[in-house]
Design a protein around this ligand. Structure first.
Ligand code: NBP
Length: 475
């Protein structure tokens, strides 16, 4: 018989996704540009389920029942366009192409329109969880035509991670919404990791602890509010003993972070939307700074820091935990505010509580904490900012003294904490009814006649700074 779904692109993600689908009793046709990979896949995994290995795209397309459901899991960027171009002439109206890679959402918007013009339904689907997630249960963020989604919903729900009986997949919204949400997920992952490494840095530089001791602290933190996959694996990475030196492995890993660009996309998008996204953006900048390794080596010999101060006291470790939690709340509040703004701008009608729900399992940012976010949106679907629900308002209020002490200590001791401190600045800026931008408006009016509004009168005003200094109405 014919296969219900096809997967083209059999690198680690595509192969594991195909195996996950087949493990649910679904017949899967598989294909890869380099045919030998398909042959290898079939000899290694062909016995696991109802697979049909195909060598040409024509053979692949012919192996599928209609409407055809085709998952494309190739390298993001040009390869996705190439595959769509090659598939298009072989497909019938109503067939569905599902791009499950990490595509940039504007590309998804464009591809959706291009495919639609050819009568093909296109879906951009975010898949998180790395190779293990793809095989055993990822978090899936499908975007695109809801009727197309209905054709694959049962398959997606059967392969996704499950938390408390709920699969970690929901139709996110039309067009580029799925890849957008995946992008913000990845951005939040950047912020989470940056907060973790700032805590690690303080525990090393200020508290004077070694990697193994810090690993134990993270293990303990993973039993409380911070419980999450990333905190859990931080404990494991810090505990790892290097086979060559016998010391902690982290101590011999080069301090230069890689990146594939999704954090940068998230930050750029936030700038375009005008949404303050300090946690994620500082995390991207911190990776950039880490990459300037040669410059840092020179600067370390040249630029002065503070004279090393007093020893840290006992309470520092718990202060850092609280600073990490409060900063994390801010990073998520910002990321969710960004999704809300994008939803309004694009008419996506994103249900933010559902995003928290499908991120509870399968993905890299999975955490207990997401249950709280889910509850917040269940009660207040139109919430402007997560900081405003009682649970988070109180959590940050309780943590703020510790948070401020940590920022002061780090600053005094010369330890860089861009995410901790910018999150605190965001918090302090957000809770101000009247900020200092009145002066910005005064300056803009001075040099550019950009006008200002008054607190005591409607309308737009300009002061004739260079002339007689009088104020005029300009509206
Ligand atoms: P890669 O991103 O390494 O892509 C390799 C696949 O793309 C191979 O099947 C390759 O075929 C195919 N391909 C390329 Br390259 N150019 C092609 C072209 N012009 N036409 C057709 N096929 C082409 O694979 P991956 O690591 O499995 O990731 C797949 C997607 O999933 C990416 O978008 C990635 O960002 C995303 N993702 C990855 C992870 C992860 O943990 N790795 C997690 C979440 C999402 P070939 O064998 O013929 O070269």
């Amino acid at each position: 018989g014919q296969s219900r779904i096809g997967v083209t692109g059999l690198a680690v993600m595509g192969a594991n996704l195909a195996r996950n689908i087949a493990s649910r009793g679904v017949a899967v046709a598989v294909h890869n540009r380099t045919g030998s990979k398909t042959t290898e896949f079939m000899s290694e995994f062909g016995g696991e389920g109802d697979f049909t290995g195909t060598q040409s795209l024509q053979e692949f397309v012919d192996a599928l029942e209609t409407p055809r459901r085709i998952i494309v899991m190739v390298k993001a960027g040009k390869p996705v366009d190439s595959v769509i171009d090659e598939l298009t002439p072989l497909l019938d109206k109503g067939d569905i192409i599902i791009d499950a890679g990490n595509s940039h959402f504007p590309d998804t918007v464009r591809r959706t329109a291009e495919c639609e013009a050819n009568g093909i339904r296109f879906m951009g689907v975010g898949v998180s969880g790395g190779e293990e997630g793809a095989l055993l249960g990822p978090s899936i963020m499908p975007g695109g035509d809801p009727e197309a989604y209905a054709e694959v919903k049962d398959i997606f729900e059967s392969i996704a991670a499950v938390v408390d009986g709920t699969p970690c997949v929901v139709h996110v919204g039309p067009g580029g919404a799925g890849h957008y949400v995946k992008m913000v997920h990845n951005g939040i992952e950047y912020a989470d990791m940056q907060l973790i490494v700032e805590a690690y840095d303080l525990l090393t530089q200020v508290a004077g602890l070694d990697a193994h001791a810090i690993g134990t602290i993270f293990e303990e933190w993973n039993t409380g509010d911070l419980e999450s996959f990333l905190i859990e694996i931080t404990g494991k990475v810090l505990a790892k003993v290097d086979e060559k030196t016998g010391g902690p492995l982290v101590d011999v890993i080069v301090d230069q972070a890689g990146q594939k660009g999704t954090g940068t996309w998230t930050a750029i998008d936030a700038l375009g939307l005008g949404i303050p996204l300090t946690g994620i953006t500082e995390a991207v900048f911190a990776r950039g700074l880490s990459a300037l390794r040669a410059e840092r080596a020179a600067a370390a010999k040249t630029l002065a820091g503070p004279t090393p101060a007093k020893k840290a006291d006992e309470s520092l470790v718990d202060d850092i935990r609280q600073a990490l939690y409060a900063s994390k709340v801010v990073a998520y509040a910002q990321g969710f505010a960004q999704m809300r703004a994008a939803s309004v701008q694009n008419g996506w009608d994103l249900h933010l509580g559902e995003m928290a729900t499908i991120w509870r399992g399968g993905c890299i940012i999975r955490a207990q904490f997401l249950n709280r976010i889910r509850d917040a949106y269940a009660e207040h679907p139109d919430l402007d900012n997560l900081l405003m629900v009682p649970y988070f308002t109180e959590a940050v209020a309780n943590a703020q003294d510790a948070w401020r002490r940590v920022v002061v200590t780090a600053t005094e001791q010369g330890v860089a904490i861009p995410a901790f401190s910018s999150s605190l600045s965001y918090y302090d800026g957000y809770r101000r009814e009247r900020g200092p931008a009145n002066l910005i408006q005064g300056l803009r009016d001075f040099f550019g006649a950009h006008t200002y509004q008054r607190v005591d009168e409607e309308g737009a005003f300009h002061t004739r700074w260079a002339q007689d200094g009088t104020e005029v109405r300009t509206d």
